[in-house]
Design a protein around this ligand. Structure first.
Ligand SMILES: Cc1ncc(COP(=O)(O)O)c(C=O)c1O
Length: 342
């Protein structure tokens, strides 16, 4: 295990330690590609399968890596996100197994970012880690900022594999850590040790936030799909990544919108709804996709957010109900329906 001030610096240090060009899924969380470039590499984007965000399509990986290597590129690792940000989906165990087998065949290190693994909604559901299929080459990272919403408590951990590959990566990672951050802040270490021991109150708190995310995500999903937008079923996290392609003609005609950036700008300008465009996740300008995060809907103050966490039905809390109405009005406007109250 190597500990750092957040999984972000750990992921960056890992990309540096492994070196070369990493494969990143498309769409992908905003930071992997940026970090790869900062580390001197060039990300190799490989698309994901429909409804299985976060894991590059294994068949496409088996084609893309040899092609890139034949063109002189030094591809050394593949990054996966399980469950996924931005889509809130989870790649199936079969896909993860095929990814692990492909990585073995291509001799790639797998960097498996599992920071959302506690935020899978259904009790029997879970994200299967590539470490189950290729333990000798999988580095797993996680942290406390998602399951416990502790954004400012900078702590992350990486679990490295045993064996020669793991030892080499560990040695380099520890060398980078010792030159860059030395250790995480002592009070944060104490909090992390407490949380990672999973005492009852922490487990209950995570379960409550999982329920809250699920309830609000499903409510927002209903309002989004009512417009005719496509949305893969969200199984985890607080993110939705709808595709407004079915509304392309209408969005172009009524709003002059032809891509995710314009769509995000329209939602901000007309409705004060903040979302991120697909380009932030490595997709082309004309992709009519946006990422919605529900966490800002839970309340403005600590008091409101705590009430949301413990409410029997958070959707009935006035501030959440009002926000959902606003979201509904914004999406109804995109679909060309009369906006309630206007
Ligand atoms: C997939 C993913 N990994 C890592 C992080 C960063 O985590 P940390 O706060 O531990 O640096 C985020 C934050 O948005 C994320 O979405």
């Amino acid at each position: 295990m190597v500990c750092g001030p957040g999984s972000k610096p750990l992921l960056f240090a890992l990309l540096l330690a492994v070196g070369g060009d990493p494969v990143v899924p498309v769409p992908t969380w905003v930071s992997y590609a940026a970090q790869a470039r900062l580390a001197g590499g060039r990300p190799l984007p490989v698309p994901t399968l429909p409804g299985e965000g976060g894991v590059p399509d294994p068949a496409a990986l088996l084609e893309a890596v040899p092609r890139a290597r034949a063109a002189g590129r030094d591809v050394r690792c593949v990054v996966v996100t399980l469950p996924d940000n931005p889509t809130g989906t989870i790649a199936s165990a079969a896909t993860v197994r095929r990814l692990a087998e492909a990585a073995r065949e291509l001799d790639l290190v797998i960097v498996s970012d599992e920071i959302y693994c506690d935020l899978v909604f259904a009790p029997g559901d879970r994200a299967v880690s590539p470490a189950e299929f290729a333990p000798e080459r999988t580095v797993v990272t996680t942290g406390l900022t998602k399951n416990l919403a502790l954004g400012g408590w900078r702590v992350g951990v990486a679990r490295l594999p045993g064996g020669p590959l793991g030892r080499t990566v560990h040695e380099r990672l520890a060398a980078i850590a010792s030159q860059v951050w030395s250790s995480t802040a002592a009070p944060v270490q104490a909090a992390a040790a407490y949380a990672f021991a999973e005492p009852r109150e922490v487990v209950d708190r995570v379960a409550a936030s999982r329920r809250l995310h699920e309830r609000v995500v499903r409510a927002v999903a209903g309002r989004v799909t009512a417009t005719g937008a496509r949305l893969a079923p969200v199984r985890a996290t607080c993110y939705l990544y709808p595709d407004f392609e079915p509304l392309r003609a209408r969005l172009s005609r009524a709003h002059g919108v032809a891509g995710g950036g314009e769509l995000a700008a329209l939602l901000a300008r007309r409705h004060g709804v903040g979302v991120l465009p697909a380009t932030a996740f490595g997709e082309p300008e004309d992709a009519l996709r946006i990422r919605i995060a529900t966490s800002r809907l839970y309340g403005e103050s600590e008091h409101e957010r705590l009430a949301a966490l413990t409410a029997a039905d958070p959707l009935r809390l006035p501030w959440i109900a009002t926000s959902l109405d606003r979201v509904a009005a914004a999406f109804a406007d995109l679909a060309g329906e009369p906006v309630p109250g206007s």
